[in-house]
Write a protein that binds this ligand. Structure first.
Ligand code: AMP
Length: 282
């Protein structure tokens, strides 16, 4: 497994793989890897990628003031061992100065789909995400890039950017990997202490409750969203930030009868901000 630390090193690797006729798959991450990340590598291979690169970069431009950039969990040695075991061919680990040298002043802003949901709670977040993903695409020159459906709005932002800027990269969404009790895997779960860890189940519990209702024939988006929100509201250690029903393809707000809906939730459990979502009827 090659380790690449600068944009020119990443580009040379990509140019060499393309010259050999490889199909390059890219899996961007912020490290502190778990089974959710490993599943993205598997999906890249399943979609026929013959050379898979993963990236580990905690991107400062997607963190707001007072967010957890400094204390975001980092464990490079463990991450490298996991990626090696998953059969990744190259890991791109640029430093902050490599990605944002003195004088950096160019950002990418995806408008519509970045608004609302996490975009409302985290101003500038998706601008940072779009910018770093564009930079990763330009360095790694992938044919395919795999992102988790866990970050549903992020996936929609990246799809829009890739289409609008003609990147020519196929964006593949991969299903959410969960802990046994339903909690969506996340690097930030490392922040959850005993009581908070148990309380954190309320996000998936609410989404599964909505799924049950949908299975029993409920089609009113408001009722389904209310069921998801109620599970979070009923948990004393959790504070609901949003519960919303959106169109699964466009993420446009939905109300009334819906034969297909994505329910997205965000909540703070103690100091830890968690997100989750479920798509019903697709
Ligand atoms: P992160 O390291 O949190 O920035 O996530 C890197 C990639 O892994 C993103 O595409 C995430 O959507 C994806 N991811 C994170 N958690 C999960 C999960 N539980 N299941 C599937 N994909 C995930």
């Amino acid at each position: 497994m090659e380790r690449l630390r600068t944009p020119p090193a990443m580009r040379s690797w990509a140019d060499a793989r393309r010259a050999e006729g490889a199909r390059i798959g890219l899996v961007p991450t912020m490290g502190c890897l778990h089974e959710g990340h490993v599943s993205l590598v598997r999906v890249a291979k399943e979609t026929g990628c013959s050379a898979v690169a993963a990236t580990i970069f905690v991107n400062p431009t997607q963190f707001g003031p007072g967010e957890d950039f400094e204390k975001y969990p980092r464990d490079e040695a463990r991450d490298l061992a996991m990626l090696e075991a998953a059969g990744v061919d190259a890991v791109y680990l640029p430093g902050v100065k490599d990605m944002y040298p003195e004088g950096h002043q160019t950002f990418i802003e995806v408008t519509g789909v970045s608004r609302g949901l996490c975009g409302a709670a985290r101003p500038g977040h998706f601008r940072g995400v779009a910018t770093v993903v564009a930079k990763l695409f330009l360095a790694a020159k992938p044919h395919v890039a795999v992102f988790g459906e866990k970050d549903c709005q992020q996936l929609a932002v990246i799809r829009a950017m890739t289409r609008d800027l003609d990147f020519g990269v196929e964006i593949v969404g991969a299903p959410i990997v969960r802990e046994e009790d339903g909690l969506a895997m996340s690097s930030r779960n490392a922040y959850l202490s005993g009581g908070d860890r148990i309380a954190a189940r309320c996000l998936s519990r609410g989404l599964f409750r909505a799924k049950d209702l949908f299975g029993k024939g409920e089609r009113d988006a408001g009722t389904l969203v209310a069921a998801a929100g109620a599970a979070i509201d009923g948990e004393p250690l959790a504070k609901l930030e949003y519960a919303e029903g959106r169109d699964p393809v466009t993420l446009a707000p939905l109300s009334g009868r819906a034969d297909a809906v994505t329910i997205l939730v965000a909540a703070k459990v103690g100091p830890t901000r968690l997100i989750d979502n479920i798509t019903l009827g697709n």
